[in-house]
Structure formats: structure tokens, C-alpha cells
Design a protein around this ligand. Structure first.
Ligand code: FES
Length: 90
């Protein structure tokens, strides 16, 4: 999948946090697991995704103009956090 690395709360860039194995927003504390599923904070939904496809030459095409929005995850597919947070608390 191709995740849009922009927080769905107010648009800050959401860096990867190696120790916790998730994306953590430094602006207001929203947290997402490694596949962008919502975990905590004010974000109203999971991280957005882009449509991904293979062209006839088997090249990976990421359609940055086609954004997929999904509601907050209720049953995460990937464990998070897996270690200390990069932005504190949890
Ligand atoms: S912009 Fe990310 S939590 Fe507010």
C-alpha cells in the first residue's frame, strides 16, 4: 500500500517512529500503526492511502490524485505500539 504521510487531523507530516513501529504526529499526538490504522489522538480516521496499480510493463504506479479514506480502525491488523513512542506518552 501507499500511505499519504499527512496527518488526517490538520495536515502535519507524520514521521515514522522506529521504536514503536508506527506513524506519530508531532503536532497534536495522533498515532497510527505501521499500515496507517488509527490508534490514538484527534485524527478522525486512518491515514489516507493512494490507489496503487501495475501498468502493462509491470511498473508500480501510485496514483497520488486518487486518495482512499477509511474510518478509524476498530480492530487493528497490526500490533502497535511495539516499543516506546517517539513523541511521548505511550
Ligand atoms: S495534525 Fe496530526 S494530530 Fe493534529
Amino acid at each position: 500500500m501507499a500511505l499519504f504521510q499527512r496527518c488526517v487531523h490538520l495536515g502535519c507530516r507524520v514521521p515514522w517512529c522506529g521504536p514503536s513501529q508506527g506513524f506519530e504526529c508531532p503536532c497534536h499526538g495522533s498515532k497510527y500503526n505501521s499500515i496507517g490504522e488509527y490508534n490514538a489522538g484527534p485524527a478522525p480516521r486512518n491515514l489516507d492511502r493512494f490507489v496503487v496499480e501495475l501498468n502493462p510493463a509491470n511498473e508500480l504506479i501510485i496514483r497520488t490524485g486518487s486518495i482512499i479514506q477509511t474510518p478509524r480502525c476498530l480492530e487493528p491488523s497490526v500490533e502497535y505500539p511495539q516499543g516506546p513512542s517517539c513523541i511521548g506518552a505511550g
